[in-house]
Design a protein around this ligand. Structure first.
Ligand SMILES: [Mn+2]
Length: 257
């Protein structure tokens, strides 16, 4: 049996990672991060994730544009972009379209004629090329036992990854578990999920808004006999004494401890 913890969208929120750490034990075969780690305290985030005592497999998202594809964050951390890692009878592989990709950087320089249309065309070609590489890497070894991880939900997967049973993604901060044409798509949702609140009975406009982090993630188990089971979990913080404020995001709000 394989047991995997999958999360996403950390957005530099170290406290959210500490909360996750305090909620879960060391019985995972792997940890998966579906992007948006954040580039402000990346090393601290990975140091904490590595305390789970298992490989940390990640892809990049739009918050990770300043991070290098080949940057090293620790012995146990693996950027799984086009690069499968074996986990208890499964393979886990990913796709990063964000971050500093040395292959694209050299292509971009070679194509730098000052023509933005030519650059855009080269970029599209490069992404297509990566999809082909991903498809080749996946189909080379038991695609029916492979999990594909990306930050944005992949589309048209029946065309280039037809035998993959499970896709994990993030970016949209909402848990989702859907099956489409026999393939399962799970939004593992956000560890960093700030809910704006105001003290019950007080006039928020006068005393200011606060936030409570209601992060969520999933636990994935896999057995040969029963296939994949997805168990969504959340921090479930105590909202008693607070009113949730919908439709407002206050960047000056401080966290309720
Ligand atoms: Mn994102």
């Amino acid at each position: 049996m394989a047991k995997i913890l999958a999360c996403s969208d950390i957005h530099n929120n170290l406290r959210a990672v500490r909360q996750l750490r305090s909620l879960e034990g060391n019985d995972f075969d792997a940890l998966i991060v579906a992007g948006d780690i954040g580039s402000e305290n990346t090393n601290e985030v990975f140091d904490l994730l590595q305390t789970f005592d298992c490989p940390v497999l990640y892809v990049f998202g739009n918050w990770d544009r300043r991070l290098g594809h080949r940057q090293k964050f620790g012995e146990r951390c693996h950027h799984i972009h086009l690069s499968p890692v074996a986990v208890e009878g499964l393979n886990v592989v990913g796709e990063s379209v964000d971050g500093i990709d040395p292959e694209w950087e050299s292509l971009r320089l070679a194509n730098d004629t000052g023509d933005p249309i030519a650059i855009a065309a080269a970029r599209r070609k490069h992404i297509e090329q990566q999809r082909t590489e991903l498809s080749t890497a996946v189909n080379a070894q038991r695609p029916e036992r492979t999990i594909v991880v990306s930050h944005y939900r992949l589309t048209k997967t029946k065309a280039f990854l037809p035998d993959i049973p499970l896709f994990l993604f993030g970016h949209i901060h909402r848990f989702e578990d859907t099956t489409y044409r026999g393939q399962r798509f799970v939004n593992v949702s956000a560890l960093d999920k700030k809910v704006i609140v105001a003290k019950k009975g007080l006039r928020a406009k006068q005393v200011g808004y606060r936030y409570i982090n209601d992060g969520s993630y999933v636990i994935i188990t896999h057995t040969e006999r029963t296939g994949f089971a997805i168990d969504p979990r959340r921090f479930n913080p105590d909202f008693s004494g607070w009113d949730r404020i919908e439709g407002i995001f206050s960047s000056s709000a401080t966290e309720v401890e």
